[in-house]
Write a protein that binds this ligand. Structure first.
Ligand code: DI6
Ligand code: FE
Length: 404
């Protein structure tokens, strides 16, 4: 991420989506250094920029910078062969049980050099930056040993230091049982709780802790142990929950005041109530739903009725969502999950920020961080309606112009 400057910038007559809804009239927006200074109807403000203010022009749509709050961007290799097997009818769970899937990527990741992993992830991340992402969460989970989990987190941190994007990191050591612990998931959870997590915390490498709670991964008790260790180290938790079956991980996450429960295709009413009471965000991942050709949708209407904030994210990973195109997720969230375009946009801005515990991000209000995008479109809904690269006109990261 670049260091901030003190430039004052002004946009005239833009259509503003503020993170929750589209403001009713053309707006004038002024940023000063790393913050948003003013957002007001153009008819109420003089259009003359004062001395020292840069005029950024008029028209277009302004949104908060997009936030992708669930990705697995650092990995080695690719899994096109597995894609072909799935098309022939082999299930994701079956491939995992045969030692492929996540474990295939673990081997390729361990075998790759730091430079190879960094360069491949940087290329994927640059594509997402060009599509409007200003903040991205990156998980570990393809290392599954002390050395390799920490290495993945260091590479994620380096991406945030060297590229124009804010990176938050999540330790997902409890993603799969590594080959060294085959048949002994509890032994591996001991390693996660006693060594990997404490070291990631001590070295400042993880902003949060995630688990994969599923028949093919870890059960509820094992996830609870990881959450206890996270709590002991003061790290917030989240979960890959109810993706392929109902395991109860959403409720568990809510009990630990977790940031989010993600996937949640099989979420039940008890889980929804627990999430609503705890303020836990529902992270919807339509890319994985699409890639796995799932048919059971997350309970969108019930989440909406219960007032659970819904985020939308890419789940960018080599197995279930090899898609590095954030605005496509806006489209898929509408077409597959029946979100409105406004809900989808809130899902990649305000609610995604909430899923990361970042209250100064994801909304356009005076005093908020000046992470924003101006798009060459006529209405915010157009961002979800058309699937089209190259629509970004300006991108600001903490007040620094990084695009346009
Ligand atoms: N669920 C997912 O969608 C990703 N991880 C997880 O637990 C997929 C990871 C992969 O297949 O490589
Ligand atoms: Fe995931």
């Amino acid at each position: 991420m670049p260091t901030t400057d003190t430039t004052r910038r002004l946009w005239r007559d833009v259509s503003v989506f503020d993170g929750l809804s589209t403001l009713p009239e053309p707006m004038t927006v002024i940023t000063q250094g790393p913050c948003i200074e003013t957002i007001a109807p153009s008819c109420e403000l003089s259009a003359e920029p004062c001395a020292g203010t840069i005029d950024m022009g008029s028209g277009g749509v302004m949104t908060p910078g997009l936030i992708d709050c669930h990705t697995h961007l650092v990995f080695g290799g690719q899994r096109a062969g597995e894609f072909e097997s799935r098309l022939e009818g082999v299930s994701y769970a079956e491939i995992a049980r045969q030692g492929g899937g996540i474990l295939g990527t673990v081997k390729a990741t361990r075998d790759a050099s730091d430079e190879t992993l960094y360069d491949a992830a940087a290329k994927r991340l640059m594509a997402m930056i060009d599509d409007g992402v200003t903040t991205v969460e990156i998980k570990s989970g393809y290392g599954l040993s002390v050395e390799h989990e920490l290495r993945m987190l260091r590479i994620a941190r380096r991406l945030g230091n060297e590229l124009p994007v804010r990176v938050t990191t999540t330790l997902l050591a409890a993603h799969a049982v590594p080959p060294e612990f085959k048949g002994d998931p509890d032994g591996y959870i001991d390693l996660v709780c006693q060594e990997i997590l404490p070291r990631a915390s001590r070295e400042g490498l993880a902003d949060a802790v995630d688990v994969f709670c599923e028949n093919i991964a870890f059960d509820l008790d094992q996830c609870r142990r990881v959450f206890e260790a996270a709590k002991a180290h003061g790290l917030p938790v989240k979960a890959h929950a109810e993706q392929l079956s109902l395991m109860g991980a959403s409720r568990l996450t809510a009990q630990y005041a977790g940031l989010s429960a993600d996937h949640i295709e099989y979420l039940d009413d008890a889980g929804i109530d627990a999430m609503a009471a705890a303020g836990c965000v529902a992270v919807l991942l339509p890319g994985a739903f699409h890639t796995l050709r799932e048919t059971r949708c997350p309970p969108i209407a019930a989440l909406r009725a219960a007032g659970v904030p819904m985020a939308v994210s890419s789940d960018a990973n080599p197995g279930t969502s090899p898609i590095f195109f954030p605005t496509l997720m806006l489209n898929l969230a509408c077409t597959l999950f029946r979100l409105t375009p406004q809900e989808a946009l809130a899902g990649m801005t305000r609610h995604a920020a909430q899923a990361l515990g970042e209250s100064r991000l994801g909304h356009l209000t005076p005093g908020a961080t000046a992470d924003l995008c101006v798009w060459n479109v006529e209405s915010p809904a157009e961002l979800a309606y058309a699937v089209q690269p190259g629509r970004l006109r300006h991108r600001l990261l903490e007040g620094v112009l990084t695009h346009g």
